[in-house]
Write a protein that binds this ligand. Structure first.
Ligand SMILES: [Zn+2]
Length: 318
């Protein structure tokens, strides 16, 4: 089975990443099962996870699946159709909280339009298939199945489930590597592998430890120049966190609540690059002062928006 898994994940040419998404679903599903047995899994359940994986890739990390827009995988077209093409700051759960109908429609469309090739193809050789899909079950057998299994589904073989469960760590590593190999061709994003590994809302670290040091450097809002006095001080990622994916002092600035709210996960106006670079030079952060210009340009190219300069009243700040 190992051979078959690697063959399907690592070999062959791909026009999209569906087989990786399906493999991830099967691995995570198997790991979550306490009892080893044959399992009936509906297409709907797989589509629900597909939406989640690709929603993060499209709406949070702004991955490019293909340079050619006409070759964009259907799942991305569907997400763009219903969720737009802009970066989405809310968490996955919060975003769909009052859009349950849209979520349902998306899942249903993914189920109908994305699985025709990938589900029948992702199989081990001959005698030990990972699963049966419902077309392979004869009409007479289907008659005796409970009504819910009449819908489109696969029946995951208990041997495959046990194998995915036992080898979870290793197979996941192989899978993430192959997925990253595919996406690195079209993405210049930092921490690509970490982003693919997670694909859910991350637990963000507290930035409190940076507060004191940032205030010692400058006691005013980095963007509008307003002095803090007793007001709440926020810590902002100059290059958005969702892109940079780490908390490093060279990229952190102090901001008033107003500017922090406006800036959110967007890029600041371009003239602030000089300001943060000078700050980093003046405070001995050059050691960590990577090429902010390059990060900025790549982040913009990836699809993150630049905040309008009037909104931050930046003229008074520079
Ligand atoms: Zn401010």
């Amino acid at each position: 089975m190992e051979h078959a898994f690697i063959k399907y994940v690592a070999k062959g040419s791909n026009s999209n990443t569906y087989k990786f998404a399906l493999a991830k679903f099967l691995l995570d599903y198997s790991r979550s099962k306490k009892i080893i047995s044959d399992c009936t899994i509906s297409y709907n359940e797989i589509a629900t996870k597909f939406l989640e994986y690709y929603w993060f890739q499209e709406c949070k990390y702004k991955f490019k699946q293909d340079f050619n827009k006409d070759k964009m995988p259907v799942v991305i077209r569907l997400i763009q159709k219903y969720c737009g093409t802009e970066y989405i700051p809310e968490t996955y759960e919060k975003y769909f909280q009052d859009k349950k109908d849209i979520q349902k429609k998306l899942i249903s469309d993914i189920e109908k339009q994305c699985f025709k090739d990938v589900i029948p193809r992702f199989q081990s050789d001959g005698e030990n298939p990972f699963y049966m899909h419902f077309h392979q079950i004869s009409e007479s057998e289907r008659k005796f199945m409970p009504p819910q299994t009449e819908k489109r589904h696969i029946i995951l073989n208990y041997k495959a489930l046990s194998f995915f469960k036992e080898e979870y760590e290793t197979l996941t590593k192989i899978l993430i590597l192959e997925w990253a190999k595919f996406l690195e061709k079209t993405n210049f994003t930092p921490r690509l592998i970490s982003k693919i590994e997670l694909m859910k809302d991350p637990k963000r670290n507290s930035l409190n430890k940076f507060r004191k040091i940032l205030l010692e450097m400058d006691n005013k809002c980095f963007y509008c120049g307003e002095s803090f006095d007793n007001k709440t001080i926020h810590i902002d990622h100059f290059i958005p966190w969702s892109y940079i994916y780490e908390d490093e002092i060279w990229n952190l600035v102090q901001a008033c609540s107003n500017c922090n709210l406006i800036k959110s996960d967007a890029l600041p106006p371009k003239q602030y690059i000089q300001k943060i670079t000078t700050r980093n030079e003046n405070h001995g952060l050059l050691k960590w002062n990577r090429d902010i210009n390059e990060y900025y340009e790549n982040c913009f190219k990836a699809g993150f928006k630049i905040i309008n300069e009037e909104k931050l009243e930046c003229k008074s700040a520079i």
